[in-house]
Ligand binder design. Structure first.
Ligand SMILES: CC(C)(COP(=O)(O)OP(=O)(O)OC[C@H]1O[C@@H](n2cnc3c(N)ncnc32)[C@H](O)[C@@H]1OP(=O)(O)O)[C@@H](O)C(=O)NCCC(=O)NCCS
Length: 279
């Protein structure tokens, strides 16, 4: 068997869709394209005897990077393809000196990641809700809010997520909300378009005033026009889980957050992740 790891490019998006559709990951082609553009040197494709066999990618946020999109086509599993793809992502992180790498492991795959130095952290919840119609309580985010919102995100999370946030905002500019008090940003939330379910996230808000996060999430629900929503919340974020459940979200399932390298405690201000695989 001849196994090669190559860069995954925009031309590979249809292959990526084939894999994510088979796993029912609710991805749309725009998600794959955005991920490739964000980290073109960190998106990989495995090729076995000339045939595309799997994908994996890593996205850097400065001192933390996320591995995501690791899928091996069913015909090629258990032949070391997954391991080679994971290795390519870890090499990317090591070359750049990124001290901590995280991922969300599906149930059953934890030993696979543990063999490569990952330790378990906590459950990473996926919550689902039926959308509603109503008037959003929080203000719509405008383009001139972006610099303050990005600075707020950096201050709250300790990470540089500006590139990823700008890319998400470019795709769904009309369903973003910001909470300001006297000009100061206290929180923001995005609702994006997805396949069958629209993802809510990120939602980042002042951790000392959970009312801000509740208003932002309520606003996202209000503009969902009856579509189904999903949201990913780290198990450490008890305030977020409580608010989401009060607003009608129900826990569906969870994966296991795992990290490798220096521990990095995620921010209490992060009420909803960008998505399970991207922080
Ligand atoms: C997880 C996945 C990428 C592994 O790919 P792979 O090419 O089969 O992996 P490798 O051949 O390099 O390694 C396989 C080893 O990983 C372990 N493993 C991987 N996934 C596992 C799972 N879901 N359950 C149990 N063991 C798993 C096995 O122990 C196996 O070792 P073995 O063959 O000695 O028993 C593949 O199963 C897959 O695409 N699954 C569906 C998508 C998915 O869940 N991705 C992971 C998201 S976190």
């Amino acid at each position: 068997m001849a196994l090669e790891i190559r860069l995954f490019t925009l031309a590979d998006v249809p292959f990526g869709m084939l894999l994510t559709d088979a796993e029912e990951w609710f991805r749309v082609p725009a998600d794959w394209a955005r991920l490739v553009r964000l980290e073109p040197e960190g998106a990989f494709k495995a090729v076995v005897d000339g045939i595309p066999a799997g994908t994996a990618a890593i996205l850097s946020f400065g001192r933390l990077a996320w591995i995501h999109s690791l899928i091996v086509h069913r015909d090629f599993r258990r032949r070391g393809v997954g391991e080679a793809l994971l290795r390519a992502c870890l090499d990317f992180a090591d070359r750049r000196g990124i001290p901590c790498v995280k991922l969300d492991s599906v149930a059953g795959a934890e030993p696979f990641y543990a063999r490569h130095g990952f330790a378990e952290e906590y459950p990473s919840w996926r919550l689902l809700a039926d959308g509603q119609t109503g008037t959003p309580k929080a203000a719509r985010m405008r383009r001139d809010d972006y610099p303050d919102v990005l600075a707020f995100d950096r201050a709250m999370t300790g990470l540089d997520r500006g590139r990823a946030l700008r890319a998400l905002l470019a795709d769904s500019p009309d369903r973003a909300f910001v909470d300001r008090e006297g000009g100061r940003v206290r929180g923001y939330a995005l609702l994006r378009c997805g396949e069958r379910r629209d993802p809510v996230g990120p939602c980042v808000a002042d951790p000392d005033d959970p009312g801000v996060a509740a208003d932002l999430l309520r606003s996202a629900l209000a503009v969902s026009e009856g579509r189904k929503l999903r949201m990913c919340v780290g198990g450490y974020q008890e305030a977020s889980l409580r608010i989401a459940e009060e607003l009608g979200f129900a826990r569906a399932d969870h994966s296991k957050r795992m990290y490798r390298g220096e521990p990095f405690a995620e921010s209490r201000a992060c009420y909803a992740m960008i998505s399970a695989e991207k922080g």
